[in-house]
Design a protein around this ligand. Structure first.
Ligand code: ADP
Length: 626
């Protein structure tokens, strides 16, 4: 390397402790995809070139050798077993070198370390995701020499050398123009990469759409095109897939892409992708990775979060607008009114695309829903303007679904409603299984009235937002004031007086643990059930409240009893014949606790047992005496 011989001894820097750990993981893990080291270096070079492109617009007069063409040169030497990558990008100052290649700067890296330690086999997927790219060189090289000169007019060149074990050396160097040159001394077991065919095929696999020319032996070996500015006819399915792979590092192809070329009222191109799977990053972060924002093919910001609403944060891709002023600063682009308009337009287009997918390919849409549905539910409360469109995209599991998939749209539901049915029925609970056997469902099942099953953690919030669909109000079947089309006939033949006494005695037994005891119009087979006086939260919600706050007091419910049921018939007789019967109280306790159990509101299900044993004792004794 051309470092100046007259320079003083190089400074030796120790790596940060975490950095050493990171290198150990990278060097000693078994990689099936060592070749990605090249992708990482090329994309660093490409980023450095894009930065120069941007600087040329904003600070042209300060740029070192402004006429140097923006390109990456790749070469190799079979005898010396070296690969060299040289770019005319922005280069690095001494401080930047230490910051970028000697310390763990991003929180992503620490996260990478933690995850890598847990899942050894997934390291190569993690590398791209967490931007620890540069260090991937130590998978193939046992020595790396880097020489770089920053873009400013008076910059000094520096060399950086390391063998990836513990320390690196920094020394002043001489270098003609701006940019960075990296020489990799390949390990013996990596010499396969010193091969023209191999290098070309890696470039076409991972770096075909790098937006700057990659030269090998004087020939440009990547496509360089800004694929998003081409017409759809010019781009093949394979091109779309490759581009996605390159921007996302996703190992699976995208579920769907959307290629837009819009002229009015604003001009923009967009190439957007919906991945097949949701990642934890997307699920738990408030913001996604963002879209790359270009102005006339010049990268303005690699990860712009303002181009889509947060609930569409799973979408990846690029946006390029000719209307965006080229010299817009990265800060001001954040608040740019044009960006706001592009966002509105992109959102509409994406929702429309999803609706088309739902209409034409329900299998594919159901897959999408399974992964990203929770985010669209988030959208219902966040994006008032698009609420109706989002509601059409919602999918639910229901009492009529055959399996556990959420495959019922609100449109389906409404089209199946019985003529006399006025409301859309739903029930909230922890799982489909628990809801299927809920006593409150009996009536609806018997009457073939469809009930939506809601068991996502955000469904309670969702239902608070949804008022009606096509003029049909949403109604929880756990509510006390439900108005069913065909109330269950009272065939109990219980006199009004007997009924009043029974209800009164039950209420007396349960005291202030319940709000009221009511003769049910909806129970079919079960003896009783708890329902919500209207203002209360769902049991599901209350369980969650209790999880976060142990002190939380579950609100009081109504106990509905089924007067036709033999248990209630017998209890009515019993209390008439033997008003002081202890057994009556025990039986009522059991009924109440079972109803609490069904709702999942019993703090500790084993507390059922002592009373249950008392109860059985009484029942068995009775068997003996009768
Ligand atoms: P990432 O690219 O994800 O930030 P890397 O470890 O690959 O992580 O690189 C760390 C940083 O080093 C880059 O963000 C960039 O600032 C700097 N860098 C790496 N390669 C170059 C290059 N060829 N030219 C200029 N800067 C570079």
């Amino acid at each position: 390397m051309s470092s100046d011989k007259s320079t003083p001894q190089p400074e030796v820097h120790e790596y940060q402790a975490e950095m050493q750990k990171l290198l150990d993981i990278l060097v000693h893990s078994l990689y099936t995809e060592r070749e990605i080291f090249l992708r990482e270096l090329l994309s660093n070079s490409a980023d450095a070139l894009s930065k120069v492109q941007f600087l040329a617009l904003t600070s042209a007069d300060q740029l070192l050798n402004p006429d140097a063409s923006l390109q990456i040169e790749l070469s190799f030497d079979e005898d010396k077993q070296t690969i060299t990558i040289e770019d005319t990008g922005c280069g690095m100052t001494r401080e930047e070198l230490i910051e970028n290649l000697g310390t763990i700067a991003s929180s992503g890296t620490l996260k990478f370390l933690r995850e890598a330690q847990q899942s050894k086999q997934a390291v190569q997927n993690l590398i791209g995701q967490f931007g620890v790219g540069f260090y991937a060189v130590f998978m193939v090289a046992d020595k790396v020499e880097l020489i770089t000169r920053s873009w400013g007019p008076d910059s000094q060149a520096w060399s950086w050398n390391s063998s990836g074990s513990g320390q690196y050396e920094l020394a002043p160097a001489s270098k003609e123009g701006r940019g960075t040159k990296i020489v990799l001394h390949l390990k013996d077991e990596a010499k396969e990469f010193c091969n023209e065919y191999r290098l070309k095929s890696i470039v076409s696999k991972y770096s075909n759409y790098v937006p700057h020319p990659i030269q090998l032996k004087g020939e440009t070996i990547n496509k360089v095109t800004a694929i998003w500015t081409q017409s759809k006819e010019e781009v093949s399915q394979k091109d779309y897939e490759e581009f996605y792979k390159q921007i996302s590092y996703d190992h699976q192809p995208a579920l769907q892409h959307l290629h837009l070329s819009i002229d009015a009222p604003i001009q923009y191109y967009a190439l957007l992708y919906i991945p097949q799977k949701i990642t934890n990053e997307v699920l738990y972060a408030r913001e996604g990775k963002g879209l790359a924002l270009y102005a006339q093919k010049v990268l303005i910001q690699p990860q712009h979060n303002g181009l889509l609403p947060p609930y569409l944060r799973f979408v990846q891709g690029v946006v390029d607008s000719e209307d965006l002023p080229l010299n817009v600063s990265r800060e001001s682009v954040q608040q740019n009114a044009l960006v706001e308009r592009i966002k509105k337009s992109l959102t509409t287009r994406l929702l429309k695309e999803l609706q088309t997918l739902a209409d034409n390919n329900s299998e594919s849409y159901n897959k999408f829903w399974g992964e990203f549905g929770v985010l669209l539910k988030e959208g219902v409360s966040a994006d008032f303007g698009n609420r109706r469109k989002l509601m059409d995209l919602l999918r639910f599991n229901s009492s009529l679904s055959e399996g556990a998939t959420a495959d019922v749209s609100l449109k389906d539901y409404v089209s199946r409603m019985r003529d006399e049915q006025k409301e859309i029925y739903y029930i909230v609970g922890p799982s489909r299984e628990s809801l299927q056997h809920h006593p409150n469902l009996e009536y609806f099942r018997k009457q073939s009235l469809e009930v939506l099953f809601l068991h996502d953690h955000i469904d309670d919030f969702l239902m608070n937002e949804l008022r009606d669909y096509d003029g049909k109000a949403f109604k929880s079947i756990s509510q006390a004031d439900i108005d069913v089309p065909d109330p269950v006939e009272d065939t109990s033949q219980m006199s009004t007086e007997r009924r009043e006494v029974l209800l009164h005695k039950i209420k007396q037994q349960l005291g202030d643990r319940i709000k009221d005891v009511i003769a049910s119009k909806r129970l079919v087979d079960s003896p009783c059930s708890l329902v919500n006086p209207q203002e209360n939260m769902s049991a599901h919600m209350e369980r969650m409240m209790k999880m976060v706050n142990e002190e939380y007091q579950i609100s009081k419910r109504n106990l509905e009893v089924n007067l036709k049921h033999p248990i209630l018939q017998n209890l009515a007789k019993l209390t008439e014949e033997n008003p002081k019967s202890e057994f009556f109280g025990q039986a009522v306790e059991q009924l109440f606790r079972s109803a609490m159990l069904v709702e999942g509101l019993l703090d500790n299900p084993t507390e059922l047992l002592p009373d249950l044993y008392n109860f059985m004792e009484a029942a068995t004794a009775h068997q003996l005496t009768s």
